[in-house]
Design a protein around this ligand. Structure first.
Ligand code: SAH
Length: 349
């Protein structure tokens, strides 16, 4: 008979696992062995834990599940970008992306199923937020991309960005727990310097990141340094204004001493004039930062269109004159809807 209500073993941290093993009369060090199988080796079933006795494996099978993601759909772009549609244990779907360049292989991972924010230009915003991802579901996306990097590019994964579906700072505890395991030597041993969390801009949580002493990088989706425009494209700006974000980011820098990256799309007729460019330059002066100008990826026939190359040059000139580092980022994976803002579970299931 199928057992119900088995606990997902990866919900336990190492200490909890040790306590569990002691409570059932097993040696404490067994917990460490199991933990390594579960995390650094990403095993999906207890039978493969070959250094455990058969009785211990049976005991674990009776009492625990190992919930695991499944890469259910795989698409490859003409530019090499790979998009995984990942099925979770409750059959919800999220997407994650492998982005190869000559120097790097970057994993772009999701932190929530859907998104509760209403950024008008983003396809994910059209999905309802269903739930937060668990730490293991975030971790597993990285593992899947790490395997694909080896298999298809024969190179290691070098960077991780939280720029997939969802708002990582609205799933704070689980995202931090996932990053902790990704960086841990008993996990993937990836340096936090290679991880970037991107946020829509929630001032309170940016301060909390700084207070919690995180060692990874922070990016903020700015898109306008003028409140009126930013509120129009990102309603979250009503409660987290440009001024509040500036204060929170100054605080972040004062504690972490790490520069912030601003993500910025320039749209035709919305923020492509000199006034907006100068406001961005002024904003950047307050906070040690750099600007990534992202190409707009159209999500429908809506009001948003990429600004002209002349307007992008105008921005670059104004930023450069103010001594601000800005780079234009080419869009990747557009043909498979894998580019920024295009993740929307479009495949039919
Ligand atoms: N919620 C987080 C993580 C999502 S990251 C955040 O807002 O930062 C996705 C990035 O792509 C964000 O910078 C977002 O503003 C940007 N983006 C969303 N839709 C886009 C589109 N259609 N074209 C280009 N960039 C887009």
């Amino acid at each position: 008979m199928q057992q119900v209500n088995k606990q997902d073993i990866r919900k336990l941290n190492l200490q909890e696992l040790e306590q569990y093993f002691e409570s059932v009369g097993e040696k404490r060090f067994r917990a460490k062995q199991v933990y390594e199988w579960l995390w650094s080796k990403s095993l999906k079933n207890f039978d493969d834990m070959t250094n455990l006795s058969k009785a211990t494996r049976e005991h674990l099978k009776e009492n625990f599940d190992i919930n695991h993601i499944l890469v259910d759909q795989f698409q490859r772009s003409s530019d090499g970008t790979i998009k995984n549609a990942v099925k979770l244990f409750d059959h919800q779907i999220v997407e994650s992306v492998l982005i190869p360049t000559s120097k790097r292989i970057t994993a772009c991972v999701s932190s929530q199923v859907g998104c509760s924010l209403d950024c008008n230009f983003c396809a994910t915003a059209r999905l309802k937020r269903m739930r937060n991802l668990n730490p293991d579901e975030i971790y597993d996306q990285v593992v899947a991309i790490q395997e694909e990097a080896r298999l298809y590019f024969d190179r290691p994964l070098t960077n991780i960005v939280f720029m997939g579906m969802g708002e990582p700072l609205l799933n704070y505890q689980n995202v931090l727990a996932a990053i902790e395991r990704i960086c841990s030597p008993t996990g993937l041993g990836i340096s936090p310097k290679r991880i970037t969390l991107s946020t829509v801009g929630i001032a309170k949580m940016i301060r909390k990141l700084a207070d919690d002493g995180v060692k990874f990088n922070l990016a903020l989706s700015l898109h306008s340094a003028i409140n009126e425009t930013r509120t129009r494209v990102m309603p979250i700006n009503q409660t987290n204004t440009v001024e509040e974000l500036a204060e929170a980011l100054k605080y972040w820098y004062s504690i972490t001493k790490r520069k912030v990256t601003f993500e910025y799309v320039i749209w035709d007729g919305i923020n492509d004039d000199e006034r907006h460019a100068r406001a961005l330059a002024k904003f950047c002066k307050h906070i040690p930062s750099k600007v990534n100008i992202i190409q707009y990826n159209p999500i429908d026939e809506g009001e948003y269109r990429q600004a002209s190359p002349e307007k992008v040059s105008l921005y670059l000139r104004i930023l450069e004159d103010s001594g601000i580092v800005a780079k234009v980022r080419k869009s990747r994976g557009q043909d498979i809807d894998a580019a920024c803002g295009q993740l929307a579970n479009k495949i039919d299931w």
